[in-house]
Ligand binder design. Structure first.
Ligand code: SF4
Length: 455
């Protein structure tokens, strides 16, 4: 065996998590829903650990608990037992069933299992299956596939009721509970009703309970999902996804519902577009309290310019976050030189190519997909950027190369308050801008022999 083959590593500290993690995140944003992972217990344990240390909330995820026999004879019996156990213990409204690498590899037909389970156990709650083989993609793919499965299985099914006021369906990438609350607040202030799927604003960032709840309160109601096709329109925010991950596209095709697309509202330009979209579709001006902060933000852009102009930044994480950060850091005069993601989808490259070279640079950024931190480290060392923006898995590189790391995205395991991070809208943008400038100032101050107290 050649030395090259002997030393080959398939991944060195991957910049991705697994597909069923994204599925669990999405199911956690549905009211009364418990996720069941069809596979070995380790998958559920790893995902619970990751989500608990990011959100700092209790996260129940069940497993069909494969063993050697299941791997040979198939997991149908185990899945039935798992679903019945979960139903009897939690009395959920929905059980979301996501496959894992193992059940996909042995070829378990999850759709057939669920069809037969529904037939044999007519008193069960709603069951929604989704195929999430993690070797095909990342948490993002799992997340979007799950939203799509929820809409396809439930929208227009059974008795439907239009709620009060004009409703907008929001299909969002994996953003924070605090940013979801902002989207709901602004829609409400414009006399609309935001149906956010998934809505983790309470389920993964709740308050103290007076008494124990087996399932945390909050989440998108199943009745709302059934009535999605009766809304005014769907709004898909973030990167443009393939058609078979896009619930807004499906609702348009099946029910003729208008489907609008926009960038995540991070930065002045993207937020202006988002506000205009809301004004047009809800036929209501943006209330002054949401606009006042725009002028404070543009003033802060002017003040921050001397600290930010031309500063080299490396962006990494999921594709929607990296795309939004690329727009924003380009808008504030920074130079995003290197963007990478663990997702192999091809979406990030296309999105950044479309956005073009940042105004402060004549060179297009390096964009890498299916990239891990092992590959990224040498490139970052060579580029010698002023800062990194991404999740806390970049910490080892940041520490080794002595480059400041601003934690944004998922997972954040070494800082507090990830659920309450705001970066959307004028107010969220201002919050992120302040953090970036202060991080650069802190670095300059701590590197200096003089010990500036006035920068
Ligand atoms: S990558 Fe596959 S085996 Fe590993 S936790 Fe995810 S689903 Fe389970």
């Amino acid at each position: 065996m050649s030395a090259e083959v002997q030393n080959y590593q398939s991944a060195g500290n991957p910049c991705r998590q697994c597909m069923p993690l994204g599925a669990s995140w999405a199911f956690k944003g549905v009211k009364g829903c418990i996720p069941v992972l069809h596979g070995s217990q380790g998958c559920a344990t790893y995902i619970r650990r990751y989500m608990i240390s990011h959100f700092r909330e209790p996260i129940d995820i069940a497993s069909s608990s494969f063993d050697e026999t299941t791997v040979i004879f198939g997991g149908q019996e185990n899945l039935e037992k798992a679903v019945l156990n979960v139903f009897n213990q939690y009395r959920p409204d929905i059980i979301g069933i996501a496959t894992t690498c193992l059940s996909e590899t042995i070829g378990d037909d999850i759709d057939r299992f669920v069809r037969e389970l529904k037939k044999n156990q007519p008193g069960l709650c709603t069951l929604v299956p989704v195929s999430t083989p993690s070797y095909q993609g990342t948490q993002e793919e799992g997340f979007h596939r799950t939203i799509y499965a929820l809409v396809k299985n439930l929208a227009g099914a059974g008795e439907v009721h239009a709620g009060e006021g004009p409703a907008l369906n929001f299909f969002l990438p994996m953003i924070t509970p605090a940013d979801i609350r902002w989207i709901k607040d602004i829609t409400k202030a414009m006399k609309g009703r935001a149906v956010v799927l998934p809505d983790i604003s309470e389920t993964l960032d709740g308050g103290l309970w007076e008494e124990y709840n087996a399932i945390p309160p909050g989440g998108t109601d199943q009745e709302e999902i059934k009535s999605l096709h009766l809304s005014e329109a769907s709004v898909e925010l973030g990167t443009v996804l393939p058609d078979d991950w896009r619930p807004g596209y499906w609702l348009q095709k099946q029910h003729g519902l208008p489907n609008l697309q926009a960038a995540l509202p991070l930065g002045v330009d993207a937020t202006d577009h988002f506000m205009k979209l809301l004004e047009d579709v809800l036929d209501c001006p943006v209330p002054p309290e949401f606009m006042e902060i725009r002028s404070r933000l543009t003033d802060a852009y002017a003040d921050a310019h001397k600290y930010l102009y031309g500063k080299k930044v490396v962006l990494f994480g999921d594709t929607s976050t990296v795309e939004a950060l690329y727009r924003f850091t380009s808008e504030i005069g920074m130079n995003p030189v290197f963007c990478f993601t663990g997702s192999p989808s091809g979406i990030l490259k296309k999105a950044i190519e479309k956005l073009g070279t940042p105004p402060v640079s004549t060179t297009a950024p390096l964009v890498m997909e299916d990239c891990d931190f092992g590959d990224a480290e040498g490139i970052i060392e060579e580029m010698n950027p002023d800062m990194l923006i991404g999740n806390s898995k970049g910490y080892k590189i940041a520490r080794k190369l002595d480059i400041p790391l601003l934690r944004v995205g998922f997972p954040i395991h070494d800082r507090f308050g990830a659920s309450r991070q705001r970066m959307l809208g004028y107010s969220g943008t201002l919050n992120l801008l302040d953090q970036i400038v202060n991080m650069l100032l802190e670095k300059k101050q701590s590197d200096s022999d003089i010990g500036y107290t006035y920068i």
